[in-house]
Design a protein around this ligand. Structure first.
Ligand SMILES: [Zn+2]
Length: 244
């Protein structure tokens, strides 16, 4: 998919296909439904996963993107299990930030038990910073997204998040997008080695986690987000809710 050079409102950057869906699939679906332009950048193809291969995972990612209705999905072609916050890898990401010129980037939070996730946190943040420097030349105008929100695909390690997005009305669509990853998640029809994320327990945990965060904000399902910089408020969130 390609955005034909058009800017997006939000660029979500994951280490592996399915990170974004797990962590903020509901948020992205909501934004698309509101008419916002959304793109996804997968830093690797997830080719070191125990189940499925790179081609299969790419087609699953495309199917999930279509279910979510995002405008573009790209792969940075970095190596799975080898993500590191290096100059070389930052330079591989900068062309995508300059192509899509997102108002907001959503990226992985750290610390995380998966080393690729922790690396992608620093890598996405620093690539965005350097993307704003004129002297780093890619043949595109420099651009730096003014704000980054961070997410966890599996489980939170860093205490209570500053915000939780109500995804109750799009939760079913999020789960449908995740089901597009036929080789990765619980799927009795798929023949492959068992992994943590392919277990029935993990599938049930996705719902329990969304339910937990929904409960924390008084809705059915939620997705937590983190920030490293203060949030700007023009009004008090919560004033707009009926009977809240
Ligand atoms: Zn991942």
């Amino acid at each position: 998919m390609d955005a034909n050079g058009n800017s997006v409102d939000v660029l979500a950057i994951g280490a592996h296909p399915d990170d974004v869906e797990l962590a903020c699939g509901g948020l992205l679906i909501k934004l698309v439904n509101e008419g916002k332009r959304v793109a996804i950048l997968d830093l690797t193809q997830g080719e070191m996963g125990s189940r499925g291969d790179a081609d299969q995972r790419s087609s699953e990612a495309e199917a999930a993107a279509a279910i979510m209705g995002v405008h573009a999905r790209e792969e940075a072609d970095l190596s799975d299990t080898r993500l590191a916050n290096t100059t070389e890898q930052q330079r591989a990401i900068i062309p995508f930030i300059r192509k899509y010129r997102p108002t907001i980037i959503c990226a992985l939070m750290a610390p995380d038990r998966h080393p690729d996730h922790a690396a992608a946190h620093a890598l996405s943040r620093d690539a965005n910073y350097y993307s704003g420097l004129t002297r780093i030349e890619t043949g595109q105008p420099p651009y730096r997204a003014p704000r980054i929100y961070y997410f966890y695909p599996y489980t939170e390690l860093a205490g209570a998040p500053p915000c939780v997005v109500d995804i109750s009305d799009v939760f079913d669509q999020k789960m449908e997008a995740l089901r597009a990853y036929k080789s990765q998640f619980h799927n009795p029809k798929y023949n492959g080695p068992s992994t943590h994320i392919s277990s029935q327990e993990f599938w049930e945990d996705i719902k329990m986690r969304a339910r937990y965060w929904g409960g924390r904000i008084g809705t059915q399902y939620g997705e937590p987000l983190y920030t490293e910089t203060p949030l700007l408020l023009n009004t008090l969130p919560g004033l707009e809710r009926d009977g809240g």
